[in-house]
Design a protein around this ligand. Structure first.
Ligand code: FEO
Ligand code: CA
Ligand code: CA
Ligand code: CA
Length: 741
């Protein structure tokens, strides 16, 4: 076993990509499914599925009309959209491919300078100033148009803009170090060089960088005063209901008002007042904790278990053990080491797992961790369209196996005059409201379950006694267990179709021999598959190809507490049998493990899907597809047969689900294929829809060495023998037209 394989084994234990889920609640047990069936339909639809479909259509028309009012010309603009490019073929080459007639250029790769006085990145591990360079593992990003003065937001600004780019992790192989990492990983108890830790911490977070239009494309303006980094060390305020909770007290902030850093910045969101929301996803694996559970309270232990923080770990990178006594490193130790919580970092993990608001236009504004939106493995936080006089609504996925879908509904009603108020608007709309978790009923309806102490299921929860609303939000997973939310197949990105208000969300996969869907986690109508043969495997490990679910809120309001859902698309390889390739994917559009999902704002009705796949990679690298989706309820009820596999016994499992229209190349087409071992994630556009920004994350992540080029699986984007790097690319159409249509 090579050093890297060994490291990967250790890492997987820590970040829990391949073993047990942390959701041991009984939600969605077969008993509950049966109980729900006996209770009958609890949603706002009544009657048979054909009547349900008819009602859906009616609701849909009402919502479309309402949505059209909200977005002006949206519904009209979508009429007659047609995908105008030739699909890109599947590929396992170490290259980035876009359609004929398009050009992709690298804009900003890992380590590239954000300032003109910073030296070019040598990419040999010797550059240490990552707080002045692009971080690693580019993930979600967003385009914020700059006004002509260059000091404020102009949503239609196209000459200059700020890109806010997430940097999810620092590559585990240690490409940022000259000779790979020292004393790395969750099992190491040796001291690490502080210089390595500093670099890894700074490679996390967010880049804010100005881009200027040059010809048909954009270039970085390295002289912009707005260029900056937010990193794993940047001080952040804690705001909302959990601010000043004793559960957030640390030696750094005994009052629980602040913390340092934002990490594992995965997907994102953005607000109607021009701020950026960066979301903390797999933060739970970063902390050292080596202590007997008996030294902690029963509630603390329950919380650690539910979020996957073990008691025999040094954390993913072993950051708490530096060859330095500085508090900067000890802060990663979540063990009880002093007599009082304000003297150690036993609570530090409670200061991560939030949605973090950043004002890209105001470098002096401290990032705010918005606790009203709950603490979990936040994939992202996607806004519904803002409507004057209505609450604001944001959708979130908790991306871990068998976790939940959430939405936040603000207490304050939207006043368009707040669009210029920056973080003060964040204080108004994001610090008070109701967090809900979703239950997807087996009859195609759904309910939003409020996570408040007014909900008797939470107030009287036998497994965990919530002290107050701060406790509910800090332990949102436990509250959602209590409320009875539906375990999903790893919720990733979401988005709202501006044409009709339908909400889409990717469920990337749910694979595990011990807890994957259909293996130990029961199938349900919204998560109806375990069987797939993407690698010709004869034994199921769960839902390996993922799907995209969507729903329509009741009463034509995103703040509603009921909805109707169906499955928009099922991932599969084109050659899979019909019970696997349920959406009828073809060579032009077959994909596996959808992750990034984003509705264009410049071209209403155009949807982008990106993949983060490990189950079709013998045939193709990860990809991005363009889609023109229909509406919730445009398909039919469907009985899915999951073939018997030895692990589940001898009988086929049949599950009734609801699915949309089958895919067709005209409505779903592959637009891009990335280089080897990458994930495609992160997308935004210029206001005119003629320039697309896309992130290529971790090319070459299956390399066997950080230093030996012959062991790299990718050299993208620099080529030759270079270490691979994540990067933002800019895509334009050679004739200057709008992208994809
Ligand atoms: Fe960072 Fe769930 O993707
Ligand atoms: Ca993702
Ligand atoms: Ca993913
Ligand atoms: Ca990733």
């Amino acid at each position: 076993m090579t050093r890297n394989q060994n490291f990967r084994t250790i890492l997987k234990k820590v970040i829990n990509t391949e073993d047990e889920s942390h959701n041991t609640s009984s939600n969605d047990s077969f008993d509950q499914v049966m109980a729900r069936a006996r209770l009958g339909r609890r949603g706002f639809l009544k009657g048979s599925s054909s009547l349900a479909a008819a009602t859906l259509l009616g609701t849909g028309l009402a919502f479309a009309a309402d949505s059209a009012k909200q977005t002006g010309q949206a519904a009209k603009a979508s009429t007659g959209l047609r995908l105008s490019f030739n699909p890109v073929a599947k590929s396992i080459a170490d290259t980035l491919t876009v359609p004929e007639g398009y050009t992709a250029q690298v804009l900003l790769a890992t380590g590239d300078p954000l300032k003109s006085n910073v030296t070019p990145y040598k990419n040999d591990g010797t550059d240490n100033d990552f707080d002045l360079r692009a971080g690693d593992h580019h993930d979600a990003m967003h385009y914020f148009g700059l006004n002509r003065a260059g000091n404020g937001w102009d949503p239609s600004g196209s000459d200059r803009a700020l890109l806010a780019i997430n940097h999810e992790v620092c590559e585990d192989l240690g490409f940022v170090h000259p000779n790979g990492p020292t004393n790395y990983g969750a099992e190491s108890t040796e001291a690490r060089p502080a210089i390595e830790i500093d670099k890894e911490v700074a490679a996390h977070g967010v880049s804010i960088v100005e881009v200027v239009k040059q010809g048909s494309t954009y270039q970085i303006n390295r002289d912009s005063r707005l260029n900056r980094r937010v990193t794993g060390a940047t001080p952040c305020q804690i705001s909302g209901p959990a601010r000043r909770s004793p559960m957030l007290a640390t030696a750094f902030s005994p009052s629980g008002e602040r913390t340092r850093g934002t990490i594992n910045n995965c997907a994102n969101g953005y607000t109607p007042w021009g701020t950026y929301l960066t979301c903390e996803e797999n933060w739970a694996g970063y902390f050292n904790r080596r202590e007997d559970d008996a030294v902690r309270t029963a509630k603390e232990v329950a919380s650690f278990k539910r979020y996957g923080i073990g008691n025999e770990t040094s954390g993913r990178y072993n950051w708490s053990r530096a060859d330095s006594d500085s508090d900067l490193y000890k802060r990663w130790d979540a063990s009880k080491t002093a007599s009082r919580a304000n003297q150690d970092y036993r609570n530090v993990a409670n200061t991560f797992g939030w949605v973090v608001e950043i004002d890209p236009f105001n470098p002096s504004a401290m990032p705010q961790k918005r606790t009203a939106i709950g603490r979990f493995a936040h994939e992202g936080c996607w806004p519904a369209p803002a409507v004057a006089g209505q609450p604001l609504v944001f959708y979130s996925g908790d991306d871990s196996r068998n976790e939940y879908v959430y939405k936040f509904v603000s207490a304050a009603k939207w006043d368009p005059r707040d669009a210029t108020r920056g973080m003060a608007a964040g204080d108004k709309y994001l610090d008070a409201g109701t967090l809900y978790a979703a239950r997807f009923n087996d009859d195609g309806t759904g309910e939003w379950l409020p996570l408040t102490l007014d909900n008797p299921a939470i107030a009287n929860y036998a497994d965990y006694s919530f002290a107050d609303q701060a406790d509910v939000l800090i332990n949102a997973r436990l509250a959602a267990d209590a409320a009875g939310a539906t375990k999903m197949d790893r919720p990733e990105w979401g988005g709202v179709n501006p044409v009709n208000g339908d909400v889409y969300l990717t469920l990337t996969n749910n694979v595990s021999s011990s807890s994957g869907r259909g293996v130990k986690t029961p199938l349900n109508a919204a998560n109806p598959r375990y069987y797939a043969d993407a690698k010709g495997e004869s034994v199921s490990k769960g839902n390996v190809n993922g799907h995209v679910i969507r729903w329509r809120e009741a009463e034509a309001s995103h703040a509603a507490t009921g909805f109707n859902w169906d499955v928009y698309l099922f991932g599969a390889k084109a050659s899979a049998e019909a019970d696997v390739n349920l959406s009828g994917l073809t060579d032009e559009n077959d994909f596996s493990s959808p992750d990034g999902l984003w509705f264009s704002e410049a071209v209403p009705g155009l949807l982008w899907l990106q993949t983060d796949d490990g189950y079709y990679t013998d045939t193709t690298n990860c990809m991005m597809l363009a889609a023109l989706p229909g509406t919730v309820g445009d398909g039919t009820a469907k009985m899915v047969t999951n073939k018997a596999v030895p692990i589940n016994g001898d009988a086929d499992q049949q599950v009734k689900t609801y699915m949309g229209q089958p895919a067709s190349p005209a409505a779903l087409s592959r637009f891009l294929v990335g280089p080897r071992d990458c994930e495609i994630t992160g997308i935004t556009e210029s206001p005119d829809g003629r320039v697309l920004f896309v992130n290529i994350q971790h090319p070459g992540e299956n390399s066997e060495s950080a230093t030996d080029p012959t062991q790299f699986t990718s050299h993208w984007p620099d080529g030759g023998s270079a270490r691979p790097r994540s990067a933002t690319v800019v895509i334009t159409r050679n004739d200057g037209g709008r992208i994809a249509v």
